[in-house]
Design a binder for this molecule. Structure first.
Ligand code: ADP
Ligand code: MG
Ligand code: ZN
Length: 630
């Protein structure tokens, strides 16, 4: 809904005029902003009254003292009888000391920095009163100005600027220097997009042939697979400007703004052609229309319509290509995918092992890697990761190496970073009792032994009792090669492997814990899909969805799911009973060393002359983590 007022057209400047202070709509926006700001300040002041610092775990004072003895504390704050300590790896613990117990010297003797806190006085009341008063005054002044303006005040200098226009300055213009060589892997995608590069670079060639130039390319792929990166590389290769905007930015609360922003964006792009318009998260605007006739959709629908109008309005000579990205192509409005709009789709997928090697290579550039670093091995351990995850692994490794005072980034820095990116950083300070440590070790070793012994299982890569993220311990396994299909026996093997943790607890301790919750969740999910989606039960080749089957079939399906899980549990228990001695000896060893890798596990299980030669060293995919949750 643009006002009829056209802004003064200046032929040279592609930029819209700056927002005018005299524009009532602009002032109205200011008013809203001030009100929102006032709310935020209030909220900030209010939340200062509460302690919203880091997570502080409760513990008892003797635990704190023992941490100090082990030199695991970096600082302590004593406030009355409350002692808050920070461990060397950043965990916060709070404990209450006894009256009259003096700890300051005790901590100082153990190199712990001690602060004796003054009682917290909080924010003085006058601060918030003054702040609110000032904001209130500002609101009144603004309201006053608006009233004067709209009652036809002073001379008619600046024209009223349509609201949508004033925001056009927010389009992100850049001239990327990224090239295709910076995008590793994805050869098909690059090939498809190479044509766009040609078109932007040599438009006459195509126009002479009367070719219909592609206007829109839809990039489809999961997050972090390089959709933004490759779009920027197209601009970089062609040497053209790059206008980027996110679909969610289009959909704003002011009616009419989205549509007029689209109009402005395309206008600006045409004036600056050749160029690329990049619309990220296009599903935010481009969802299927005509669902429920709610008013909330109006805005989005108008924005989408405007987008379609603009794309249809391109003439042969408009040297502009629109690239849009989404990970939900299924929800897009069909109208967007018609010829002449986003009729080209380019898929970006999670990289396979070769792709991962080259992505690691790209991001290793400029980082001092030790000569013995083996990117191929890292690629095998990072199956299922996206390009963004891999970039993150290298960055984490660089940080770790710096923190460890290494001259170069070493293989162990990199391997630790993989686990960090997958499961979160280590929580060595996570305090477990001796009994709990034993349960975690046996539980993880239960997973590992079942997986190693069952032929259909993915090779175990690492077993660890170090807590990470939510997990108290982890067993990392990955299939031996990139896989697109899974056999039934493999799924049964996965199920049994997941049961291994709980089975070990039952065999060794005669009692079970809450630690298998995550395993149970994953196993139920696999078994359900085997029965309901993959037709792998006696019920046959039926798709069983809750809303398309009768109650009887649903009940039968549930029974089959439960049967699969029960059988898997029995398999796991049989294996662990048979190898009980190994389970005990290796678990006890694991408690000491905390982490065992694939080679060592095989050595322990089969002995030096055993089946060590069979250690699989082919490329894994889809890493699965069997964590036991806290
Ligand atoms: P998306 O837009 O698909 O979510 P991005 O393009 O934002 O993904 O990727 C995020 C980051 O991940 C990039 O900036 C880059 O560092 C890294 N990355 C992703 N894919 C690749 C790739 N194929 N080659 C090199 N780096 C990549
Ligand atoms: Mg992106
Ligand atoms: Zn488990």
């Amino acid at each position: 809904m643009e006002s009829g007022n056209k802004p003064p057209k200046s032929p040279r400047s592609s930029r819209p005029p700056l927002p005018s202070w005299r524009n009532p709509r602009f002032l109205l926006l200011m008013l809203v902003c001030v009100a929102v700001f006032a709310g935020l300040v209030e909220f900030a002041l209010a939340s200062r009254q509460h302690d919203n610092g880091p997570i502080v775990h409760q513990t008892n004072i003797s635990q704190v003292l023992s941490l100090a003895d082990q030199h695991k504390l970096s600082s302590a704050t004593i406030n009355g009888n409350t002692v808050v300590v920070v461990t060397t790896n950043g965990q916060h613990y709070s404990a209450t000391k006894e009256d009259g117990q003096t700890l300051t010297q005790y901590f100082r003797d153990r190199n712990v920095a001690v602060t004796v806190a003054q009682p917290d006085t909080g924010t003085p009341a006058w601060v918030s009163i003054v702040a609110e008063g000032a904001l209130f005054a500002l609101l009144i002044v603004l309201a006053f100005v608006i009233i004067r303006r709209s009652s036809g005040g002073a001379g008619n200098t600046g024209q009223a600027v349509p609201f949508g226009r004033s925001r056009a300055v927010r389009f992100n213009e850049s001239h990327p220097t990224v090239m295709f060589k910076d995008v590793a892997g994805a050869p098909e995608a690059k090939e498809e997009l190479q044509e766009i590069v040609h078109f932007l670079k040599y438009p006459e060639k195509f126009q002479k042939m009367g070719a219909r130039i592609p206007k829109g390319v839809l990039l489809v792929g999961p997050p972090g697979t390089g959709k933004t990166l490759i779009s920027r590389a197209v601009a970089g290769e062609a040497g053209v400007a790059f206008y980027s905007v996110s679909g969610s930015e289009f959909v704003e609360m002011f009616v009419g703004v989205g549509a007029s922003r689209v109009r402005d964006l395309f206008k600006m792009a045409k004036e600056n052609a050749p160029c690329i318009i990049f619309i990220d998260e296009i599903d935010a605007v481009g969802r299927q229309r005509g669902g429920m006739p709610t008013t909330g959709n109006d805005e989005r629908e108008q924005t989408l319509n405007q987008l379609l109008v603009e794309m249809d309005g391109f003439s042969k000579h408009d040297n502009v290509v629109v690239i849009a990205a989404t990970n939900r192509p299924d929800v897009l409005d069909q109208a967007l995918l018609r010829p002449g709009r986003f009729d080209r789709q380019v898929m970006l997928e999670k990289p396979d092992v070769a792709g991962r090697i080259s992505i690691l290579g790209v991001h290793a550039e400029g980082k001092p890697l030790a000569p013995n670093v083996n990117l191929e091995r890292l690629a095998k351990q990072t199956a299922g990761m996206s390009g963004a995850d891999l970039a993150n692994v290298l960055n984490e490794a660089a940080i770790l190496a710096a923190r460890r005072d290494h001259e170069l980034i070493q293989q162990p820095d990199l391997e630790e970073s993989i686990l960090r990116v997958m499961a979160g950083p280590e929580r060595k300070s996570h305090v477990l009792t001796e009994a709990e440590k034993a349960i975690v070790a046996y539980h993880e070793m239960g997973h590992a032994i079942v997986m190693r012994m069952l032929p259909g299982c993915d090779p175990v890569q690492k077993v660890s009792t170090i807590s990470r993220g939510m997990a108290l311990g982890i067993t990392v396994s990955a299939p031996a090669e990139d896989r697109a299909l899974l056999r039934r026996t493999e799924l049964l093997g996965k199920l049994a492997g997941l049961m291994g943790g709980r089975a070990a607890e039952e065999i060794i301790f005669g009692d079970i814990t809450t630690g298998a919750a995550q395993d149970i969740k994953m196993a139920t999910n696999i078994a359900r899909r085997m029965v309901r989606e993959f037709g792998m039960s006696p019920l046959g080749m039926l798709l069983i969805e809750d809303d398309n089957v009768g109650p009887q079939l649903a009940t039968q399906a549930d029974a089959e799911v439960s049967l699969l899980v029960d059988q898997a549990y029995k398999t796991a228990k049989d294996i662990l009973t048979e190898h009980r001695e190994k389970l005990v000896s290796i678990s006890e060893y694991l408690m000491q060393v905390e982490t065992i890798d694939a080679q060592e596990l095989d050595l322990l299980l089969f002995g030096p002359a055993g089946r060590l030669a069979e250690v699989p060293d082919t490329s894994p995919d889809a890493v699965t983590l069997e964590g036991i949750s806290a």
